[in-house]
Design a protein around this ligand. Structure first.
Ligand SMILES: [Zn+2]
Length: 281
């Protein structure tokens, strides 16, 4: 068994950038020498033997993929949609090309520009509160399970970790994840930290971070959470209340719209994030 090859693949599967050459080398080693892990990848992660080739095909078509509507993609490139949903690396490229925010709408009477996130943040929450990314959900920046988890020394391989259970955990997702949604137009980013709750809900901490030169006023920013279907308001509060150092905003499972509002250079800005959290078995 080649621990390094397994580490490279696990790192790739959990959204870290791995060069194509490095990945291919690791896959060749695993396919040739590590039958158990190759079977595991096929069975548990759903990767077929040509999955690195599919990454190449995805990268070739990523511009077209980004320009298509959801329906067009589903109709014309269903296998690439499936691949991107499973492959954190390709999903990362998708978001790099697409950008997080769609062309703005304008609510004239409120002098507000709406920045709508291009896809729904879709999360499955399992019975233990672990978060699973669904659909084209952006790749989180923080995955505690891969680098940060304290592995039991006795259980590790060569003292370095990455037993199959840990990999499974890393692949399936962990209880707490963090997203940084950059808005290049406004020189700022919305940061969301989300933790799964055992009964299918989530708790959220949110903040707005402005880069040097940004005209966005972080002080005074607000957050509103609405039920997606009814539009009824669940929470309306100063954003500061749910900063990462404070208590979280608790949301039951369901479909929500999270809005962060702030004063920008040219009136008000609203960043609108659709969130879909559902309990999974
Ligand atoms: Zn891929």
């Amino acid at each position: 068994m080649n621990t390094e090859a397994r580490e490279i693949v696990a790192s790739y599967l959990t959204g870290n950038r791995v060069s194509h050459e490095e990945l291919e080398r690791a896959c060749n080693i695993i396919n040739a020498e590590d039958r158990a892990y190759a079977d595991y990848l096929r069975r548990e992660v759903g990767l077929s033997s040509d999955w690195t080739n599919t990454c190449d095909v995805f990268l070739e078509h990523v511009d077209t993929f980004c320009e298509m509507s959801r329906d067009e993609r589903q109709r014309e490139m269903p296998s690439l949609v499936r691949h991107a949903e499973e492959c954190a690396s390709c999903r990362g490229v998708y978001w790099d090309v697409k950008g997080f925010w769609q062309p703005s709408a304008l609510i004239a009477e409120a002098k507000t520009v709406v920045r709508q996130m291009a896809e729904t943040l879709r999360l499955g929450v399992d019975a233990a509160g672990l978060l699973l990314e669904r659909g084209l959900t952006p790749v989180p920046v923080l995955r505690l399970g891969v680098a940060g988890v304290q592995l039991d020394a006795e259980k590790t391989v060569d003292g370095r970790g990455f037993l199959m259970e840990e990999q499974e955990e890393a692949v399936a997702g962990l209880r707490q994840k963090e997203w940084v949604l950059d808005d290049e137009e406004n020189n700022c980013s919305v940061r969301l930290k989300i933790e799964g709750l055992p009964e299918g809900g989530v708790q959220i901490w949110a903040s707005l971070e402005a880069s040097a030169g940004s005209l966005v006023q972080v002080a005074g920013a607000r957050i509103t959470v609405r039920a997606l279907e009814s539009g009824s308001v669940w929470v309306q509060a100063p954003l500061e209340k749910y900063s990462p150092s404070g208590p979280p905003l608790v949301l039951p499972g369901g479909r929500w719209t999270i809005s962060v509002h702030a004063v920008g250079g040219d009136g008000n800005v609203e960043w609108r994030i659709p969130l879909d959290a559902e309990a999974v078995p």
